[in-house]
Design a protein around this ligand. Sequence first.
Ligand code: ZN
Ligand code: ZN
Length: 105
Amino acid sequence: MAKEWAKSFYKSKEWQECREAYITEVNGLCERCLENDKVNPGKIVHHIEYLTPDNINDPEITLSFDNLEYLCLDCHNEEHGVGASAEVVRQGLMFNSHGELIKEG
Ligand SMILES: [Zn+2]
Ligand SMILES: [Zn+2]
């Protein structure tokens, strides 16, 4: 499950708006697939510098486009070393930027 310290961030209006704006910015496509000339819709906005209890309140880290990357599940799992078989547990659940299971949306 998502860690307590990250829950309120992922539920915050600031993050939801930032996330939506970023997805629009990258046209909704997985950035790593695109680098490999593959066009795949993205799924998860990943924090390049992982969120920690120390930086969770730092908008320069949490809400900066420079620290975000839009990834499909495969690329995100690869980034976090999550096994492909673990990616979809059931409908409505997804991994957050720490590979922790959270409710989608
Ligand atoms: Zn991808
Ligand atoms: Zn991530």
